[in-house]
Design a protein around this ligand. Structure first.
Ligand code: GDP
Length: 536
């Protein structure tokens, strides 16, 4: 029997939740923006202090410094903060060195994405790749164009690039006034007000701003004439030629609201956060084996989107990160594990992200919980109460790096096999095998170099096996969806390697896109896919 109280409670909590991940290329300013969002969210009071300590540009060390400073616990998985009575969950996608499949998988747990772009560089490779995943899931995308305090490209040309290259309609919610040394602030099209900011040292405090209406005569004193005219001209152009803001299109991932600013000096960060709060999607219905299922569905359910092993060999526990999709999670609750049919009591759930490190009591749709359950979970697993349901799995994404891994020491054969199989199950790396039966060494397939290093490190530390890697020259992966029989008869294809994935499905590896296109042209009936087809 579902109580009205639970229903009302769920409704309120879902209403006030916003969950997102930031997609960007290294150096665009993700760490800086995150810090500033926390600053405005009240989770930290002085961002500069954290920044200054940054000996090494690694997000996790920042968080650790922050943890010590404020006594709050933040991991690189979820940052949770309250803002204007909303509960904001920032799912962190690992940065530069850590680019791995986790980056993609995190997007499976996100309801919205913030695309962060360096104004001088425009769209960069990693952003484009992550955008593709967002597109696959039709995630709403909010664009923040950063570093306007430095010379950059024309704002209109950046909008144009997003439209043409990503096929996204744009709507500039605010518009920059000047750039580089002459970056004075932004014009907010929502209120038709100009925000002129003052710089603080390293943007350590919230930027003070003076707000004036567009037609206000004080503008003449506050802003140089040429900047004012430029602004008026650009705004007119946008009003005439640009699209209207259409929230339905935004929510379908077809239009992106664009914001300009500078995370470092805090210009535009607050305006962005406010608009994001208004426009972002709240946790919404997800596709499951029971059909689309709304977050207000009173039974608890969620899925595993990330597994993290403790790198410390003394604590070989693994944490499974679960995105809560429906119902209310409560400590000590008993849930069913869809894949294995087992019943599990969630007795030690961790709140890995909020004000303290105590185990959590409750969580709602849009939240993430960490479960300390070694070996039980695989990426994509569903847990639930009530009637059985399963969420669509998380697809395997197109690897771009390949290496054959060998174990030179025959006496370690068993450990090697076990390690490889466990790391594969955990999703640390994809494993493929050559179709040539005489070659049984596993082929590691990764989206980032770090995955290879992690696998080798862990095989040595946790399984006692030293391994050798031979890099392979392939960069493009395609799963064969249709037409495999005909292709198999062709035999060896020039410049291409055929492998089988862990589910024994044929996969083609190409040296480059061109080779792939050639094969497709030669075999029009062949149907290839960049991501692994879902099996469930
Ligand atoms: P990440 O790799 O995306 O996490 O980028 P970081 O936040 O570490 O920023 C990369 C570099 O750009 C650092 O040196 C930052 O200080 C700098 N940066 C970030 N935001 C801004 C900005 O708004 N203006 C300027 N001028 N520099 C910025």
């Amino acid at each position: 029997m579902i109580s009205n109280d639970l229903q009302a409670d769920l409704q309120t909590e879902v209403e006030r939740r916003r969950n997102f991940a930031i997609i960007s290329h290294p150096d665009a300013g993700k760490t800086t923006l995150t810090e500033k969002l926390l600053l405005y969210g009240g989770a930290i009071h002085e961002a500069g202090a954290v920044k200054a300590r940054r000996a090494q540009r690694k997000a996790t060390s920042d968080w650790m410094a922050m943890e010590q400073q404020r006594g709050i616990s933040i991991t690189s998985t979820v940052l949770q903060f309250e803002y204007h009575n909303a509960q904001i969950n920032l799912l962190d996608t690992p940065g530069h060195q850590d680019f791995s499949e986790d980056t993609y998988r995190t997007l499976a747990a996100a309801d919205n994405a913030v695309m962060l772009i360096d104004a001088a560089k425009g769209l960069e490779p990693q952003t484009r790749k992550l955008f593709e995943v967002c597109k696959l899931r039709s995630l709403p995308i909010f664009t923040f164009v950063n570093k306007l305090d430095r010379p950059g490209r024309e704002p209109l040309s950046l909008l144009d690039e997003i439209e043409k290259e990503l096929g996204l309609q744009t709507y500039a919610v605010n518009y920059p006034i000047g750039m580089g040394d002459r970056f004075k602030g932004v014009y907010d099209r929502r209120t038709q007000q100009i925000h002129l900011f003052e710089r603080t040292a390293h943007g350590s405090k919230a930027a003070a701003d003076t707000i004036v209406n567009l037609g206000d005569p004080r503008i003449e004193q506050l802003l140089e004439q040429d900047l004012y005219y430029q602004l008026k001209e650009d705004i007119e152009l946008l009003e005439e030629a640009g699209s209207e803001l259409d929230l339905d299109l935004v929510h379908q991932g077809k239009m992106t609201p664009v914001f300009f600013g500078s995370a470092m000096t805090n210009f535009g960060v607050e305006l962005f956060l406010n608009a994001f709060l208004d426009y972002a999607l709240k946790p919404y219905a997800r596709v499951s084996s029971m059909g689309e299922i709304a977050p207000s569905y009173p039974e608890f359910s969620g899925f595993v989107f990330k597994l993290q092993a403790n790198m410390d060999p003394k604590h070989r526990d693994r944490v499974a990160f679960i995105r809560v999709c429906t119902g209310k999670f409560e400590k000590d609750m008993t849930v069913n594990h869809a894949r294995t049919g087992k019943t599990i009591r969630l007795s030690r759930p961790q709140k890995l992200f909020a004000q303290d490190r105590e185990s959590i009591d409750v969580a709602y749709p849009g939240d993430v919980i960490g479960l300390n359950n070694p070996g039980m979970f695989a990426i994509g697993d569903t847990i639930y109460t009530g009637q059985k349901l399963e969420y669509e799995g998380i697809p395997s994404f197109s690897p771009e790096l390949y290496a054959v891994m060998r174990n030179p020491n025959p006496s370690k054969f068993k450990q090697f096999q076990k390690g490889v199989s466990e790391l594969r199950e955990e999703g640390a790396v994809q494993i493929m095998y050559s179709v040539d039966e005489s070659k049984r060494d596993p082929i590691l397939a990764a989206v980032g170099q770090l995955q290879f290093e992690v696998v080798q490190f862990r095989l040595q530390n946790e399984y006692g096996v030293e391994t050798l890697l031979d890099l392979l020259p392939y960069t493009v992966t395609r799963w064969v969806v249709d037409g495999w029989e005909a292709l198999e008869k062709v035999g060896r294809i020039f410049n291409t390697m055929t492998v089988k994935d862990s589910l024994n499905r044929p996969v083609l590896l190409f040296r480059n896109e061109w080779n792939c296109q050639q094969l497709e042209a030669d075999h029009p009936d062949l149907k290839l896919s960049k991501i692994a087809p879902l099996t469930s």
